[in-house]
Design a protein around this ligand. Structure first.
Ligand SMILES: [Zn+2]
Length: 653
């Protein structure tokens, strides 16, 4: 008994110690011997050998679906950002305009008592609007307002700006699928025991949310069933995640008449005017079958059913910003049930994430000033150009690719833009009003700013300097259409990039990440875009066949690996990531050999330089996972390498 109490006391102290705003960035060494398991045979299980110690020393925190080197660094970043925001929120004077915004936003978010007192009241204007609907003809105006200020993809469909697939210089309107509450179509369709069970739990969750809006249990239950019916119909008409990887399947350009003809029961001219756009005549309808089904639904549903559907999605989208009852119910389903996370993240974490999500470059500017020195930028930029040089060498020596395709590939490589650390030009937030005592209003105004910013790009010259991730983000991406690779300052920190370490683990780790993103330019999807970022086939037929034959080997190999229980990797979905991982490692190896050609490569800690390279590479991926989360991740493609669409939601992102 005594020892249990003692253990509890130690645990509390430990968590109290880690959970405080940090004034300086914590240091974790790049190659960590304590993360290894030297009892494992590296020739049998290299992952256990490199990461066994890490896995043992780093159990999954209760508020996380998984835990990894990346996740831990994200948490360090978060605590450091907390320190910045805590200071700015309590500082009364001497703040510049951006510092006022992020400080006051954070302060209002942290004021839990005020949020609690408001209860569901912030939802009232939305619910009143829904109640006042006279017919489905009111839907376009209503959706325009909600899409803009709630930024939810949950309301029937998604609409935003995107580079034209066939001319990347042009930004056009994309009408995308949407309308689902569960993560994707498979959740509504699969008939295995797990999926059926999850759908039953989803129904209960939707019912509870209606009850929180004040509906009687019997009524709420019927409403939840109706929501499920509508979402299931939309899901059945949606592409699978694998199909969505194919840009040709998502490219159906139409003029205004064409768009209107797809959904005669939805007046697009009202919607477009109300989201603040001038008349448009170019649209990409990513999934025409989805819009055909949407129109069918709008015809078939009575007004009350539509109102039911809208009330659910409004409550669900706003839940994270409301009082505890909403926050907890939302967490219980989307995090606990769906991903196996036992515990809601503390409020400070959710608030830091929200600032990053909604005012990310204002916060990022503060982060960069404190944690990303010009030397670090210079060193990682050099590594990037070395990796690019390796890729050119690699392309030129391929025995299966013709000179014609090689020339095109190298031309594409030469114009890839390297974005390292942070944008050259910071986003201008001057038009966003942030008030010290208005959390929900701040969320709405920042969401509206982001929606308008996104929509305003339509019909304007492309801004090549734009970033799709904020500077503190511990992730990286390649954009096919921008033809750029992006490494936020957050991902170029120890232990991933450690200026105090020898070259070997740094090239094995960060070098391979740079190589990974670069390889995306030539993976199954990236290779379909040319040097201008246009969806255009530049491969000879033989070379394309040679590529797909080789890529198929990777697909076949990864299909044999088990994710959890009886679930194998869906390697048709992860193909791009798997190609990028292997390609990235190869390029990093070549670049490291080049970099250290004339140096005396030294052994350290009982490991040869080559061993240090590979252990460094393995250690970026040390990870512990909950089985539930592995199931969700099996459905959704890996996070890295995808240009994220900025959306608020979840339990604060
Ligand atoms: Zn990737």
């Amino acid at each position: 008994m005594k020892s249990l109490l003692l253990l509890l006391a130690i645990t509390l102290t430990a968590s109290a110690q880690t959970e405080k705003p940090l004034a300086s960035f914590p240091y974790t060494p790049g190659l960590d011997l304590t993360s290894m398991d030297k009892t494992a045979d590296p020739c049998v299980d290299f992952y256990q050998y490199s990461c066994g110690g890490w896995k043992k020393n780093n159990p999954i925190p209760a508020d996380r679906p998984s835990w990894s080197v990346y996740g831990k660094l994200s948490q360090d970043n978060q605590q450091f950002l907390w320190g910045i925001l805590y200071q700015l929120s309590s500082q009364a004077s001497g703040r510049n305009a951006n510092q006022q915004k992020i400080g006051d936003y954070f302060g209002a978010c942290m004021d839990e008592a005020a949020v609690k007192q408001l209860g569901a009241r912030p939802l009232r204007p939305y619910l009143d609007q829904i109640a006042a609907m006279q017919s489905t003809k009111d839907l376009p105006a209503l959706l325009a307002g909600m899409h803009t200020s709630l930024q939810t993809g949950g309301l029937f469909f998604n609409f935003g700006s995107h580079q034209d697939y066939e001319n990347s210089q042009n930004v056009i309107a994309f009408a995308d699928a949407g309308g689902l509450g569960l993560p994707d179509r498979d959740y509504y369709i699969k008939t295995d025991e797990n999926s059926v069970d999850l759908r039953n739990k989803y129904l209960i969750h939707v019912q509870k949310m209606f009850e929180l809006l004040g509906d009687k249990p019997g009524v709420a239950k019927a409403e939840a069933a109706k929501v499920m019916e509508i979402e299931t119909a939309l899901a059945k008409a949606s592409l699978t995640r694998v199909q969505r990887r194919d840009p040709y399947q998502r490219f159906h350009k139409v003029d205004f008449k064409g768009l209107q003809a797809m959904t005669p029961d939805f007046d697009w001219s009202i919607y477009i005017t109300d989201i603040g756009l001038p008349a448009q005549n170019t649209f990409n309808v990513t999934e025409p079958a989805f819009y055909a089904e949407l129109d069918k639904q709008l015809k078939a549903l009575n007004l009350d059913d539509i109102k039911t559907y809208l009330r659910w999605h409004t409550a669900s989208a706003a839940a994270p910003y409301l009082s505890d009852d909403f926050v907890n119910e939302n967490f219980n389903f989307f995090s606990k049930t769906l991903r196996g996370v036992p515990q809601l993240r503390p409020r400070w974490k959710r608030c830091v994430n929200l600032v990053d999500d909604q005012l990310g470059e204002a916060l990022g500017q503060e982060f960069v000033a404190r944690a990303f020195s010009p030397e670090l930028k210079q060193k990682t930029s050099l590594m990037t150009s070395q990796i690019e040089h390796s890729m050119e060498e690699d392309i030129n020596t391929l025995d299966w690719m013709s000179p014609a395709t090689k020339q095109q590939a190298v031309a594409k490589l030469h114009v890839i833009v390297n974005k390292i650390g942070y944008p050259d030009k910071w986003r201008d937030y001057s038009s966003v009003e942030i008030k010290p005592n208005d959390f929900f209003g701040n969320v709405q105004r920042a969401a509206t700013f982001e929606s308008k910013r996104d929509l305003n790009k339509i019909g304007k010259p492309l801004d090549r300097g734009e970033w799709g991730m904020t500077p503190p983000t511990v992730n990286a991406y390649f954009s096919q259409q921008m033809n750029d690779i992006n490494f936020p300052a957050g991902v170029l920190q120890p232990p991933l990039y450690d200026p105090k370490m020898d070259d070997a683990p740094n090239y094995g780790d960060t070098g391979a990440t740079i190589g990974h993103e670069l390889t995306h330019a030539f993976d199954d999807r990236g290779r379909q875009f040319d040097a201008h970022g246009n969806l255009k086939d530049w491969w000879t037929r033989d070379d394309a066949k040679n590529f797909t034959d080789r890529a198929q080997c990777i697909v076949d190999q990864y299909a044999q690996y088990t994710v959890v229980d009886d679930i194998k990797i869906n390697s048709a979905l992860t193909e791009g990531e798997d190609i990028a991982d292997l390609g990235g490692l190869l390029l990093a190896w070549m670049a490291w050999k080049d970099q250290t050609r004339n140096m005396n490569r030294e052994s350290r800690d009982g490991l040869s330089p080559e061993q240090r390279f590979f252990v460094g590479n393995a250690q970026w991926a040390c990870e512990n996972d909950r089985p539930e989360n592995l199931r969700v991740r099996h459905h959704r493609s890996a996070l890295t390498g995808q240009v994220p669409r900025k959306r608020t939601g979840g339990e604060y992102g």
